[in-house]
Design a protein around this ligand. Structure first.
Ligand SMILES: Nc1ncnc2c1ncn2[C@@H]1O[C@H](COP(=O)(O)OP(=O)(O)O)[C@@H](O)[C@H]1O
Ligand SMILES: [Mg+2]
Length: 255
């Protein structure tokens, strides 16, 4: 594994009024790694993702992407830089087809996204890219199905396709298996591994399923009450007593 850092948070902090959701977090994410962020509900994981992706501005601290300070770059621009993010809540247009959803994800990235009369050629280009990504996630045959008619597992794949559409270097995946039936989880995880293995992709993952986290991650950051409680390899985290006490023991026993 190389040691190049692609994304870094420096003393990143977010306050919501009196509540400190992210309390000065320092994390370095290695290029082409799968780096998971775990921690109990309310630990600040989603807020941390919102800060990394520019969805929310931090109260203080910095976000560095490929050596550049992107702290105050808003989310519609971080997408152009190569950072793609999912949302914990399903983010699809239910009445549009799978293909239309992905095409819109491509289109919103085009320079001409607010032009109503886009050229036919440009439209074809977006549609071809959308089809390519749908094939990649195994939804080629469902391209013309309205998103709302897809089983939940396929909807999560569709969301992944929408993130992949602009070919980002970094993917921020916030609980991609949330709400999925247990038997569907391995397929989505294999898909995430495949995306990672397809080259030059860094994946930052929030995931509750500890078996998934332990098997897929190169590195794990444990958050608790807005702070980093521990960081290390899966083996180190599994053996960390503080983590065991604060979090892991409880989680494993829930499964
Ligand atoms: N927009 C917001 N306004 C106020 N409080 C928020 C907001 N977003 C998150 N919080 C609070 O910040 C804390 C961290 O939340 P969150 O980042 O969603 O945690 P996690 O994803 O780890 O469950 C929680 O106490 C949550 O209620
Ligand atoms: Mg969350």
């Amino acid at each position: 594994m190389n040691n190049e850092i692609i994304l870094e948070s420096q003393n990143l902090r977010k306050e919501f009024g009196a509540l400190i959701a992210v309390a000065g977090v320092n994390v370095k994410v290695g290029k082409n790694t799968i780096h998971s962020v775990i921690g109990p509900n309310g630990a600040g994981k989603t807020t941390f993702f919102n800060l990394l992706s520019g969805t929310l501005p931090p109260t203080s601290g910095r976000v560095i992407f490929k050596g550049k300070d992107i702290t105050n770059v808003p989310v519609h621009q971080t997408i152009h830089l190569g950072i793609g993010r999912s949302f914990q809540i399903t983010n699809l247009f239910p009445n549009l087809t799978a293909l239309e959803n992905v095409r819109l994800a491509c289109q919103s990235l085009g320079k001409d996204s607010f032009r109503f009369f886009q050229s036919h050629k440009q439209f074809r280009k977006y549609e071809e890219r959308a089809m390519e990504v749908l094939e990649e996630v195994g939804l080629g045959k469902r391209a013309l199905s309205p998103a709302k008619t897809l089983p939940h597992g396929d909807q999560r794949k569709l969301e992944l396709a929408m993130i992949l559409a602009p070919n980002p270097e970094v993917l921020l995946l916030d609980e991609p298996t949330a709400g999925m039936a247990a038997e569907q989880v391995p397929e989505l995880i294999d898909l995430i591994k495949k995306v990672h293995a397809s080259g030059n992709k860094t994946i930052i993952l929030v995931e509750h399923n500890m078996n998934v986290v332990m098997s897929i991650s190169d590195r794990i950051t444990v958050m608790h009450l807005g702070e980093v409680l521990a960081e290390g390899s899966p083996t180190e985290i599994a053996a960390n007593e503080t983590v065991q006490k604060a979090y892991l023991g409880e989680l494993y026993s829930e499964q």
